[in-house]
Design a protein around this ligand. Structure first.
Ligand SMILES: *Cc1c(COP(=O)(O)O)cnc(C)c1O
Length: 446
C-alpha cells in the first residue's frame, strides 16, 4: 500500500554517499536512547495511523498530494548530512542543487533572468515578494482578489502595508474593471494576481491585468503557489492557457513545490524577474560565514536556516521528471485536470447537484441541490459526513453564494456565503477512480 519497496533502494544510496567520507578516521558516534529506539519508532507509526489516507485516491478533499518516492528518498539521504542552505559553507552541494532546481522553475515560468530560492512554503515566499514590493513602493497599497489566499491580507498587516480586496466575478476570478477602479486612486504599489485560487482553482485574467500595467505603474506579483505548474499541462481551456502563458510577465512569482511539485512539506519558491532586488536583502551578520565570493542563498532569503534536504529532493525529482511540456510530469498534471473534468461532467448532468462552473485546473466545487443557501449548506455538510463514513474523503468549502446563484437563479440566497463540497483531484490516479468516487458519492446523498 505505502511505497515501502522503494526504501529497499536506500542502502545502496547510503553506500554511495559514504564513499565520499571514507577517508575520515573512525569515531564513536553514540546514539542516546538506542536501546528503546525501535519501540518508540513503532509507537510513532501507531500514532501516525491516526490520519486521513491522504495518499489514496479515495482521499479527494483538501490540497494534499503525496511526494514522489524519489523525493522522499533523496530527502532522507540528504538528512544524514543535514546541510543548511543558509550558506555555501553550510550546504555546499545542496546550495548548488537549489540554484539549479530553482533556475528550472524560473525557466518554466518564462523568466529570462531571475533571482530566487526555496522557502518553507508559499506563505513565506509571498511574504518575501510583498516585502520587496513594499520596499520598492513604500506605503503604497497591496491589492489582491477576494478569492486570493487569506495570508496576503495578514502579510500586509505584518509588513504594515495597506491592503485592499478587489472584487471577483462569479467564477472566482479577479474582475479587471474592479481592479482598474482601485488603480485609478493612484496609490497601488503591488497587484497580487492568483494563478489557481486555493478554494476553487480559479486563474485571474492575466492578459487584462498585464494590459493594465501599461497605464498604471504597479508591481505585479503572481501567487501561483498551487496553480503554477499547470503551465506545463496540454489540456487547459484557452483562457487558462492564455493566463498561464503570462507568468513570465510578473515582477515576482510564487510556486509551491510542496503543492503540485511532488515534494514533502517545507518547500515553496519565490522568484524575482530582476536579480537586482538581491541588494534589498543586504545584511551584515557576524554569524554568517563568507568564505566564498559568490552570492550565497543566505544573502537573498528572509529565512536564515533552510533545509538542504528540501533542495536535494526537489533537484532529484526534477532530474527524474523534468519540467517540460512533453514529459511525464506534465502528463500527470493533465490527468488531474481530466479527472476533475470527468467528475464535473457527471455532477453537471445529474439534476441532484449544483455545479457553478467548469474547473479551470483540478479543483472542483459543487453542492447537493436545495431551495435555499441554508438548505444547501446543511446538505453539503451531511453529504461530506456520509461520504467519509463510506470511505470517500471530500472537503467542505465556504464560497460566495453568488457563484451558484449566477447559474441557478432559483436558489434563494439567505447568506452571502454557502457551504458546498470541494475536491482537489491532484493525484493522477484520480482519473481512474472517478467512477468509484461517483458511486460512493451517490450512495452518500441525503
Ligand atoms: C497554499 C497556498 C498558499 C500558502 O502556501 P503555504 O505553502 O501553505 O504556506 C498561498 N497561496 C496560494 C494560492 C496557495 O494555494
Amino acid at each position: 500500500m505505502l511505497d515501502r519497496e522503494f526504501f529497499t533502494r536506500m542502502p545502496e544510496a547510503f553506500q554511495e554517499l559514504e564513499r565520499a567520507f571514507a577517508a575520515l578516521p573512525e569515531w564513536d558516534a553514540s546514539v542516546p536512547g538506542a536501546g528503546r529506539l525501535s519501540e518508540v519508532l513503532r509507537e510513532s507509526a501507531r500514532r501516525l495511523g491516526d490520519n486521513y489516507p491522504y495518499f489514496h485516491p479515495l482521499y479527494a478533499g483538501q490540497m494534499l498530494k503525496p511526494p514522489h518516492p524519489l523525493a522522499r528518498m533523496a530527502y532522507t539521504l540528504a538528512m544524514w548530512i543535514n546541510p543548511n542552505n543558509h550558506a555555501l559553507d553550510g550546504g555546499r552541494a545542496t546550495s548548488q542543487m537549489e540554484k539549479e532546481a530553482v533556475a528550472e522553475i524560473a525557466s518554466m515560468c518564462g523568466f529570462a533572468t531571475h533571482l530566487g530560492h526555496l522557502t518553507s512554503g508559499g506563505t513565506m515566499a509571498n511574504l518575501e515578494a510583498l516585502w520587496v514590493a513594499g520596499l520598492l513602493h513604500p506605503g503604497k497599497r497591496i491589492v489582491a482578489s477576494a478569492q486570493a489566499h487569506y495570508t496576503h491580507r495578514r502579510i500586509g498587516g505584518v509588513l504594515r502595508l495597506p491592503f485592499a480586496e478587489v472584487a471577483c466575478d462569479t467564477r472566482g476570478r479577479m474582475d479587471p474593471d474592479a481592479l482598474e477602479h482601485s488603480l485609478r486612486a493612484g496609490d497601488v504599489g503591488c497587484v497580487v494576481a492568483t494563478a489557481g485560487s486555493t478554494a476553487a482553482g480559479a486563474v485571474d485574467p492575466l492578459p487584462e491585468i498585464v494590459q493594465l500595467r501599461r497605464r498604471y505603474p504597479f508591481r505585479l506579483h503572481i501567487d501561483a503557489a498551487y496553480g503554477g505548474y499547470f503551465t506545463l499541462a496540454a489540456n487547459l481551456a484557452p483562457e487558462t492557457r492564455a493566463a498561464l502563458d503570462l507568468l513570465g510577465e510578473a515582477d515576482s512569482v510564487v510556486i509551491d513545490p510542496h503543492k503540485h511539485g511532488l515534494q514533502p512539506y517545507g518547500c515553496g519558491a519565490v522568484l524575482f524577474r530582476d536579480p537586482a532586488v538581491g541588494t534589498l536583502y543586504r545584511h551584515d551578520s557576524p554569524y554568517t560565514y563568507f568564505t566564498s565570493g559568490e552570492l550565497h542563498l543566505g544573502e537573498i532569503s528572509l529565512e536564515c536556516s533552510r533545509p538542504g534536504a528540501a533542495a536535494a529532493a526537489l533537484w532529484a525529482t526534477q532530474r527524474l521528471l523534468p519540467l517540460t511540456r512533453e514529459g511525464e510530469f506534465a502528463q500527470g498534471l493533465a490527468a488531474c485536470r481530466r479527472a476533475a473534468l470527468k467528475l464535473y461532467g457527471k455532477l453537471r448532468d445529474d439534476p441532484a447537484f449544483f455545479t457553478p462552473f467548469e474547473p479551470q485546473l483540478d479543483i472542483l466545487v459543487w453542492a447537493p441541490r436545495g431551495a435555499t443557501t441554508t438548505e444547501v449548506s446543511g446538505r453539503s455538510r451531511e453529504v461530506f459526513e456520509r461520504a467519509a463514513g463510506n470511505g470517500l474523503h471530500l472537503a467542505v468549502a465556504h464560497l460566495p453564494a453568488a457563484f451558484f446563484a449566477a447559474k441557478y437563479p432559483e436558489l434563494r440566497v439567505e447568506q452571502e456565503r454557502m457551504a458546498c463540497l470541494r475536491s482537489v483531484l491532484m493525484k493522477p490516479e484520480h482519473e481512474a477512480w472517478v467512477e468509484c468516487i461517483w458511486e460512493i458519492l451517490q450512495r452518500s446523498m441525503v
